[in-house]
Design a protein around this ligand. Structure first.
Ligand SMILES: NC(=O)c1ccc[n+]([C@@H]2O[C@H](COP(=O)([O-])OP(=O)(O)OC[C@H]3O[C@@H](n4cnc5c(N)ncnc54)[C@H](O)[C@@H]3O)[C@@H](O)[C@H]2O)c1
Length: 463
């Protein structure tokens, strides 16, 4: 291979961002104040921008404007940052207010997936509102997850048509995907490299003027490449999760604890980094990208990639199905008509910590039990979730598992890791099945009781 083999497709620029031609950007509007938009508001204020956060949820805007706190969302450091930089931050539901004052607008509204396609009504409505009041020279940056081609073939014509303005002459457009994860997003916003692409060079320069202030920018050749980068990031992780879980079931079949394999392989060996087996890809974002990739591979007749991604989805479903089957078998075998169930961890993940229950495996199992065992008494523990499906959430593991016949350890939150099984089942009911989804239990050491059964994902039955 010649020197050309090492083509560098990207260009890094300094933290100060691209050299500004014309008046530097000093005010940035952020549309959509959810788990992604609100931390971005705080981070942009921290690096010196004035920021106007805009959301159609009037109640949210009212609370934020009066308290500078996001009490309906747990994100470490967010409330502190909103409070420290409050003089640089304003909130509104009024697009014209934001558009009047901002030189750049970043779109962070939701794009939930239905089936395999993202629902684009929030982003369409947001772009429509932006187009209605677009001013000369403004930059629009899309940050929400979108299907590849959206910025160029959908957002661009929509903005041009509704505003009557021309891209590259009257206004500018870029795509800069969100790569942070909930629970550490404020930290990651300043640490992770930012993929930035513009529909033209000036759009890129302006977008990197904003995002370069937050740290290193990766100049990406086109907005479609940048959109695909988002899909690639999460699809890659989803494949790795499926690999970890399926490899774990092989270990289970061979009577080996898969964690022993994972830890031994990963230790001091950078070349292989196997994920820990657990419950599969969960949450509001991770599974979305592989669904979009699966849809696109089907549309483009890429049978192998399509079946690879389908297998991933099957792997995800398999783990869920297996837990439901284990639950059903246990209930039937023990004729439990009014079982008591303790669910430990109901956010979509335990670490980094979050209160987000969207796409949570714990919620899915809760719904399954409610539907199939209407007389079951279900208690839930989670450190940050306030309530789920109208149910109170306890902050004490001990209270949650008191009298329980079924204890489901659904996340890897530190407060439910390294738990001694003997302690856990001390006040539980009889019989009791403990389902350990993330290697939560400290080992070794099972209680010397015939009425206790333990199933661990990636290890199998312990007795
Ligand atoms: N949450 C994650 O972990 C994560 C990670 C990477 C990327 N993303 C992507 O970021 C985007 C936002 O995700 P999120 O989790 O913050 O969503 P979210 O549901 O928490 O927040 C969306 C916000 O947008 C507001 N909104 C809806 N329509 C609006 C409009 N027309 N104008 C202004 N505000 C509007 C909603 O009221 C809500 O506050 C999605 O596309 C998602 O795929 C999310």
């Amino acid at each position: 291979m010649g020197e050309n083999y090492r083509r560098e497709p990207v260009e890094y620029i300094s933290e100060s961002g691209a050299a500004s031609r014309g008046k530097p950007i000093d005010t940035v509007g952020v549309c959509g104040l959810g788990y992604i938009g609100l931390p971005l508001v705080a981070a942009l204020a921290k690096v010196g921008f004035k920021v106007i956060g805009c959301d159609t949820d009037g109640k949210k805007v009212k609370t934020l404007s009066s308290t500078y706190r996001a009490d309906d969302m747990y994100e470490p450091g967010l409330n502190e940052a909103l409070s420290v930089y409050r003089d640089s931050i304003a909130f509104t539901s009024d697009y014209s207010h934001m558009m009047q004052r901002s030189q750049a607008i970043v779109v962070c509204v939701g794009t939930p997936v239905h089936g395999n396609a993202p629902i684009l009504d929030q982003i369409d409505s947001c772009l429509g509102s932006i187009a209605g009041t677009l001013k000369k020279g403004q930059l629009v940056v899309l940050r929400s997850t979108v299907p590849p081609g959206f910025t160029l073939n959908h957002a661009r014509p929509l903005l041009e048509k509704k505003s009557g303005k021309k891209i590259g002459k009257d206004f500018f457009l870029a795509y800069c995907p969100e790569r942070t994860i909930e629970g550490v997003s404020l930290h990651e916003l300043l640490e992770l490299p930012k993929i930035v692409a513009g529909v033209d060079e000036r759009s890129y320069e302006l977008a990197s003027e904003v995002f370069g202030r937050l740290g290193r920018v990766v100049k990406t050749p086109s907005v479609t490449v940048a959109e695909l980068c988002k899909i690639a990031d999460n699809t890659y992780r989803t494949l790795n999760i499926a690999f970890a879980n399926e490899f774990a079931s092989l270990c289970e079949a061979l009577g080996v604890d898969s964690y022993d394999v994972v830890y031994s392989v990963n230790t001091a060996y950078e070349r292989t980094k196997i994920f820990r087996p657990g419950l599969g890809a969960a949450g509001p974002c991770l599974p979305k990208d592989s669904k979009i990739a699966a849809y696109l591979s089907r549309e483009n007749h890429l049978d192998v990639f399509s079946s690879l991604l389908n297998s991933c989805e099957m792997s995800n479903d398999r783990v869920d199905r297996q837990l439901k089957e284990i639950t059903k078998e246990f209930m039937t075998k023990n004729s439990l008509r009014t079982p008591k169930v303790g669910i430990l961890g109901v956010a979509f993940k335990g670490w980094p910590e979050t209160d987000d229950v969207r796409g949570s495996e714990g919620v899915e199992l809760l719904e399954y039990i409610e539907k199939n065992y209407p007389k079951a008494r279900i208690q839930i523990f989670d450190p940050y979730v306030k309530q789920v499906k109208g149910k109170k959430v306890f902050r004490s593991v001990r209270t949650t598992v008191e009298g329980a016949n079924l204890i489901l350890m659904m996340t890897d939150h530190p407060s439910i890791m390294n738990i001694d099984i003997k302690e856990l089942v001390k006040s539980a009911g009889s019989p009791v099945l403990v389902v350990d989804c993330w290697h939560n239990l400290s080992r070794p050491g099972l209680p010397n009781r015939d009425d206790v059964q333990v199933y661990s994902v990636g290890k199998g039955w312990s007795n």
